[in-house]
Design a protein around this ligand. Sequence first.
Ligand SMILES: Nc1ncnc2c1ncn2[C@@H]1O[C@H](COP(=O)(O)OP(=O)(O)O)[C@@H](O)[C@H]1O
Ligand SMILES: [Mg+2]
Length: 338
Amino acid sequence: MPDQGIADAPIEAVDLRRTYRAHTGWLHRRYTDIEAVRGVSFSVAPGELFGLLGPNGAGKTTTIKMLNTLLLPTSGSARVLGYDVRSEPMAVRRRIGYVFGGDKGLYDRLSAEDNLRYFAELYCVEPRDQRARIGELLELVGLAGREKERVEGYSRGMRQRLHIARGLLHRPPVLFLDEPSIGLDPVAARELRRMVADLKYQGVTIVLTTHYMAEADELCDRIAVIDRGVIQALGTPRELKDRVDTGAVLEVEVVGASPRHLSALSVLPGARDVRAADRDDRKTITIHAVKGADLYAAVMSELDGLSVTRFTSREPTLEDAYLGILTDASEQGQSVAV
Ligand SMILES: Nc1ncnc2c1ncn2[C@@H]1O[C@H](COP(=O)(O)OP(=O)(O)O)[C@@H](O)[C@H]1O
Ligand SMILES: [Mg+2]
């Protein structure tokens, strides 16, 4: 879905494509072309936190790597802070930070402080600014006091925070965070979200990929849902939730419901999807209503005579919307613009 250009957008991608050539066969070398990204266009506004959501293999990392100049686009173009990623990669690199989840990219045998010193050198941070900048970042990511310890003894969350400090050494106005919360425990993940929100507050323009829908909902100003190399939907979390054809989600906890009750519920007009889960002596029945349907009275009447211990109704979440968008996309299948 093409995006209207934003004046002075720090990030602007126009019809980006990337094909990987994979070698197969041993005796007879063969090639297959994998179209990882098939025409992606979007712009990110100054200070915006832009999310890229999509299943594994959707093309998120490939898109980010074209923007941060680690990969050349096969075709299409992109500008970061006005610099062309193809013809001015050094100007782009000086102004961006790149953080990815996982274990690579740090030196285990070195302390956090030495890691940062090494990368400060690499990123051409002025020697006289290095000490203050490193101190400031250790403070920001909550590692002050632990900076002399070797990274090999760090927890996953501490490593991830050190990664972020590394990505921020040269004060980049644009930051790419590729699955930064992968493998973090809930407390570490929440700290990370707070930090990302802080950076946004300071005016950093951020592109974030994540598999955690609640995280995307909480943090992102806008989200692009990408699948099989194509943007399938783009909008604010609110817009994405409104876009999908899903209404309220009802949860009914009931004692003594039989399969007969379930089939009666599933044919109620306005009920799209009915599922039941057993827990102890009671069932929790989840009913996805179609948009605008009010099923309370009809459900209660079907369950008449049973003991309903809980009845809740919630708005569709970003996860419901995301799953809806991916289902629509796969139903349209090959008709997706190539
Ligand atoms: N270096 C590579 N060589 C060949 N294929 C690749 C390479 N990197 C990624 N791919 C393929 O490109 C597609 C998109 O991958 P990627 O951008 O990493 O997706 P995501 O980050 O959304 O999980 C996948 O099908 C993946 O297998
Ligand atoms: Mg990826």
